[in-house]
Design a protein. Structure first.
Length: 418
């Protein structure tokens, strides 16, 4: 993929993550200001992420059905403009729930469409590098969101904040006009080869019937649930300790600073090192972050959490590259949509479960229990990848095929000599 095709993808993704990363730590606080209890905040966020999961799955289905990915992306951006502005005018939690659901549905669909376009444009041996470069927008978005949304909310109020963010969506509409909607038939590098035949042959069956792919969805659901337990728990913990909105979002910005270097690095490494191993490392980082938040009492403690969150966040690019490895071009639209939906479905479980668990068990116990989820994801990922060479890196698959060829040649020669 050349730079001319990548830049619109990068800008579009950056704007979405800027808005999402900047808003997410503040949404529980904003909902509380509108009179919501912790359980109601959890229900609000779980409904929002139900819509996000629906948006990602719908985007994959519509992309496969209509083959108009760029048009769908621009439509999703247009919807976000008025809905984001009206979030700042909400007077009760139910108004906020409806408006946030609309934004998250459309934005989630837009991010899935960007991932699909990236997967279709990327060559097999460079998927980790390309998704890692695109994941840089997650870190930069967290950095920009952390340094802008909290201070704006503190100094000028939430209505002004949502007005500014609605203006940012206009930039995404413009960048969307330059996206390249490439079809599988235009992809010259995707002709069958030794390292792609396995994946394509495995997925002539519908992806929903692929046991390996269903296992990957469950892994992403577990990991995603842990992420959102952490997000809500960290916001509640910092708010409970008296930190301002600026402090909460600046901690998120620290994760963005680290992720600027870490996300592309992990993406590149996943083209050389087994993706499953690197993905497991990010899940362990998630578990450690949850434990640290449970024990945190100072701003320094939360800065350590931010570093661990950056490690956790690097897994997004690796997971997307792994799915692109597993799925053939004909299954990538729906498959990527389902994979993203599983992660966002974790938001439903994580937010709703955290809200009720905090009221029953307390915040610290809830966070410590949540730390078990990414460890379960590591165990399931290991079971999924064992004995499945098509789900490693491209270079490893080529090396494995070469080794098998050599061994077969040696055996034939020995049989001939006997």
């Amino acid at each position: 993929m050349n730079k001319r095709h990548f830049i619109p993808l990068f800008i579009s993704s950056l704007i979405a993550w800027w808005i999402g990363s900047g808003l997410l730590p503040l949404l529980p606080i904003y909902a509380t200001k509108l009179g919501a209890s912790p359980a109601l905040v959890g229900n609000y966020l779980s409904i929002v992420y139900l819509m996000l999961a629906s948006g990602t799955a719908s985007a994959g289905w519509l992309a496969s059905k209509l083959q108009r990915r760029r048009g769908l992306f621009i439509l999703s951006s247009v919807v976000c403009v008025p809905a984001t502005y009206l979030m700042g005018q909400a007077t009760n939690i139910w108004q906020l729930t409806i408006l946030t659901s609309i934004v998250w549905f459309a934005a989630g669909g837009g991010l899935t469409l960007l991932a699909i376009l990236t997967g279709r444009l990327a060559e097999a041996g460079q998927r980790g590098k390309l998704f890692g470069a695109l994941a840089l927008t997650t870190a930069l978005g967290g950095l920009l969101g952390g340094f802008t949304t909290g201070p704006i909310a503190d100094h000028w109020g939430y209505p002004t904040l949502f007005g500014v963010l609605s203006f940012l969506w206009l930039g995404q509409i413009v960048s969307g006009l330059f996206l390249r909607d490439k079809t599988a038939s235009d992809h010259p590098s995707d002709h069958p080869s030794d390292h792609t035949l396995v994946s394509e042959q495995r997925l002539h069956q519908p992806i929903v019937l692929s046991r390996r792919f269903l296992q990957l969805l469950m892994v992403n659901l577990l990991a995603g649930t842990a992420v959102f337990v952490l997000l809500m728990g960290q916001s509640l913990a910092m708010n409970g300790l008296g930190f301002s909105a600026s402090a909460i979002t600046i901690i998120s910005a620290i994760s963005g600073i680290v992720g600027v270097g870490l996300n592309p690095l992990m993406g590149r490494l996943s083209d050389r090192i087994h993706r499953g191993l690197l993905l497991s490392i990010t899940y362990v980082g998630s578990a450690l972050a949850l434990v640290t938040v449970a024990l945190a009492s100072s701003l320094f403690d939360f800065a350590v959490v931010a570093l661990l969150v950056a490690v956790q966040g690097a897994g997004a690019a690796i997971g997307a590259a792994l799915v692109a490895d597993v799925l053939g071009q004909d299954a990538l639209d729906r498959g990527m949509g389902f994979f993203d939906a599983a992660k966002w479905a974790g938001g439903i479980c994580g937010f709703a479960g955290t809200g009720y668990a905090v009221q029953i068990l307390g915040l610290q116990t809830t966070l410590l229990a949540g730390a078990l989820l990414p460890l379960l994801a590591v165990a399931m990922l290991a079971l999924t990848l064992i004995g499945n060479p098509s789900m490693s890196t491209g270079s490893q698959r080529l090396g494995s095929n070469h080794l098998v060829t050599v061994l077969r040649t040696v055996l034939r020669r020995r049989q001939a000599s006997v």
